[in-house]
Design a protein around this ligand. Structure first.
Ligand code: THU
Length: 137
């Protein structure tokens, strides 16, 4: 087993809380902030951005992935997400899939039940490998 990287979860949660304060959530009044560490050590962040057409809403994880890609790409090694009180929030199902696509192997998430890996929060995930395997038959 490779050793788990040493993550300063308090600092990462503080970054997520800072991002949460930029949330645009006039419809739900439920601000969300997310922060993650990329494999080159930089911190990327996002907040939820709602829309009058409710279904068009972007979750905090969506804007975090945009930040990841637009600031140079790479893979996520650690992630946390907070609600309007700064408390740890679980990423919704869709966002677990979004995070999976850009995760480093063994990516860690701070969850409501402790630190877990991406494989624990999205078991037997569908991902790029399934598409590659199918294409390579
Ligand atoms: N939300 C997120 O930003 N991320 C999640 O993982 C859960 C839900 C947002 C979407 C919406 O703006 C608000 O929380 C209420 O659902």
């Amino acid at each position: 087993m490779p050793e788990e990287p040493e993550i300063d979860w308090d600092a990462l949660r503080a970054a997520a809380t800072d991002a949460m304060r930029r949330s645009y959530s006039p419809y739900s009044n439920f601000p969300v902030g997310a922060a993650a560490i990329a494999d080159d050590g930089r911190v990327v962040k996002g907040a939820n951005i709602e829309n009058a057409s409710y279904g068009v809403t972007l979750c905090a994880e969506c804007s975090l992935i945009s930040d990841l890609i637009m600031s140079g790409g790479g893979r996520l090694v650690a992630f946390t997400c907070v609600d309007g009180d700064g408390g740890v929030l679980m990423p919704c199902g869709r966002c677990r899939q979004l995070l999976y696509e850009h995760s480093a192997a063994g990516m860690l998430l701070e969850t409501v039940s402790g630190v877990k890996t991406i494989d624990e929060v999205l078991p037997d995930a569908f991902g790029p490998r399934q598409l590659e395997e199918y294409a390579g038959r």
